[in-house]
Design a protein around this ligand. Structure first.
Ligand code: ATP
Ligand code: MG
Length: 358
């Protein structure tokens, strides 16, 4: 009997709503499988916590989180709190503090009708982004000069270390090998304009490709990549990208698979020295929060990624099958998918299907 300790940080807005559905699915699975159990500890950290206590999470937050097998996070962000604070003091703090240097974001179409592109089959859109997650453009290095004067200057410095860049590329190549799709890694770059960081990135990508000679490689500028993702999404397998480029392109990718309501994500510390954190790509979407309109599929898929990471791919597979069945059936889906169902109803329906599958 495996008993997992999971830290749950629902966060803000729709993060809270979708988290309930993710937990519901995990509880359903553990009810059906006597050999797996979850102990969930809930943390009310986020923007509301910030407005009450002046901080996004407790000072010893990382110390508290250290003891868990994994962390589930909904979304953070709230109109009254500047985005750079909510991101920096919670999400980035955990990603960086726990050296979760891989951000894994699958982009996979589950039902053809949810794709905004014409005539796409589900197998046409099936790629995984490996996004660098602890440094790069989001390293937080920079400052203001001559602040408050008309000569004011803002500096934001990217930081790419050889150690992390190598490990990110290594992860991408290994993933391409294990996926057995096109056996290909695409590197996203912009070395014509970013003449230090991306030149360095390209150099390390080349070094790794010389090691993995059985894996095909290609390298595109980020602007061209966004075009190719629309023109010929079927040509992508594993895509490796920096923190900023990966962030932007995965929202585009989310659209290809039917919207942010489908976009699951994982912040991974591959060495398992610290817990990894599982978090959908979407934010707290304040304008639809509290109305039961949020699509919980991204969060449920995210829970599946956590199960995979914990070594329960069979259970993860069951979640995916149930999501697909719920989508094909079209009954009571959320408004982003053209339905009139609520967050809660979608979660209930997926749990029902899981129970029926057995
Ligand atoms: P962040 O910077 O935190 O990623 P964002 O500004 O990118 O936030 P999101 O909160 O991710 O914005 O959402 C953008 C829009 O997409 C939302 O306003 C909402 O309309 C839609 N959206 C996002 N997630 C969902 C979801 N799970 N279900 C339905 N619609 C969603
Ligand atoms: Mg976003």
């Amino acid at each position: 009997m495996k008993n997992y300790k999971i830290a749950v940080i629902p966060g803000d807005g729709i993060g809270i709503e979708v988290m309930n559905e993710g937990i519901k699915v995990l509880n359903t699975l553990s009810k059906l499988n006597k050999d797996i159990a979850f102990n969930f500890d809930w943390y009310d950290w986020g923007c509301e916590y910030y407005l009450k206590h002046g901080k996004m999470m407790d000072e010893d937050g990382l110390e508290k989180l250290k003891k868990y097998d994994a962390i589930l996070l909904g979304a953070v962000g709230f109109p009254g709190v500047p985005d750079h604070i909510s991101l920096r003091d919670l999400l980035l703090k955990i990603r960086q503090g726990f050296n979760q240097y891989i951000n894994l974001r699958p982009i996979k179409l589950l039902t053809a009708q949810d794709c905004p592109l014409k005539n796409k089959k589900v197998e046409d859109i099936d790629m995984v982004f490996v996004r660098e997650n602890t440094e790069g453009e989001y390293a937080g290095v920079g400052g203001f000069q001559r602040e408050g004067t008309k000569d004011e200057v803002a500096l934001q410095t990217s930081v790419f270390t050889r150690k992390t860049t190598e490990k990110v590329m290594e992860y991408a190549f290994q993933l391409a090998k294990s996926r057995k799709k096109l056996n290909k890694v695409t590197s996203v770059t912009k070395s014509n304009a970013l003449n230090y960081s991306m030149v360095f990135w390209d150099r390390i990508f080349k070094e790794k490709s010389n090691v993995y000679t059985d894996i095909k490689t290609e390298s595109f500028h980020v602007d061209a990549t966004s075009m190719y993702m629309l023109q010929r999404p079927e040509s992508f397998d594993v895509v490796v990208a920096s923190n900023l480029f990966g962030d932007i392109l995965t929202d585009l990718g989310a659209t290809l698979q039917g919207g942010l309501g489908f976009a699951a994500g994982a912040n991974i510390n591959p060495e398992r020295e610290y817990p990894s954190m599982f978090e959908p790509v979407h934010g707290s979407a304040p304008e639809i929060a509290g109305k039961g309109l949020a699509n919980p599929i991204a969060m449920i898929w995210t829970a599946k990624m956590m199960l995979d990471f914990l070594g329960h791919e069979d259970l993860g597979e069951r979640i995916m099958k149930s999501i697909v069945e719920a989508l094909n059936n079209r009954e009571k889906l959320t408004p982003d998918l053209g339905g009139s169902g609520t967050t809660n109803e979608v979660g209930d329906r997926i749990c029902k299907i899981i129970e029926n599958i057995g």
